[in-house]
Structures are given as structure tokens and as C-alpha cells.
Write a protein of this length. Structure first.
Length: 108
């Protein structure tokens, strides 16, 4: 999840388009799934913002690590969270989007 200088994900525009397609599908299940993923995105942004606030000095572009064990644990947790999110998107979100778009192509 690459970030722009202002902290927004690089793919934010694509995500908005994707969610719009799901939210306007007219299917309650699809809308529910889209809303859950959008809520998850907000939570991930909040967690990343808290991480940056605690561990980074953005003005000096440097890390502020005083407890290396805690930093390593939290960093590992964040990577696990991102990997789980990617897995959920691949297994649930993207197949649903293909269904809504009536696109029978499958990712390799």
C-alpha cells in the first residue's frame, strides 16, 4: 500500500471506482460486502496514521524507535494485517466485482 506525500494510498481513485460499482449494483449482499471492505480500509488508514504518529518524525523523515522489540512486534502485526487484507480482497472482493461486472475472466 504505497502512500502519497499526504498519506493517501496510491490506488485510492481506483478503490473509489471499484466500491462505487459494488455499491450501485442493487444487490444487498454486494453492498454489505463493499461497506465492510470500505470500513476495513478506514480502519487500516487509522492504524497506519497512529503508527506514523508514534514511530515517525515526518519533518525530519526519520524513525523514532526507543523500544525496538515493541517496534518490531507492531511492524510485524501491520504487515500481517496488510497481507490478510490482500488475501481477503483476492478471495472475496475481486470475485464479487467480476460477478457484478459480469466478467468471467479469472486472475492468474
Amino acid at each position: 500500500m504505497g502512500l502519497l506525500d499526504d498519506g493517501r494510498p496510491l490506488n485510492q481513485g481506483k478503490s473509489q471506482k471499484l466500491y462505487t460499482q459494488l455499491l450501485t449494483s442493487g444487490d444487498n449482499h454486494v453492498t454489505t460486502v463493499a461497506n465492510r471492505f470500505m470500513g476495513g480500509s478506514k480502519e487500516i488508514k487509522r492504524i497506519f496514521a497512529d503508527f506514523v504518529k508514534k514511530w515517525c518524525n515526518m519533518k525530519k523523515q526519520q524513525l523514532l524507535v526507543t523500544d525496538y522489540d515493541e517496534f518490531a512486534r507492531i511492524t510485524e502485526d501491520m504487515f500481517d494485517m496488510v497481507l490478510d487484507r490482500i488475501q481477503d480482497e483476492v478471495e472475496h472482493l475481486y470475485p464479487l466485482l467480476r460477478e457484478v461486472r459480469e466478467d468471467n475472466k479469472y486472475a492468474a
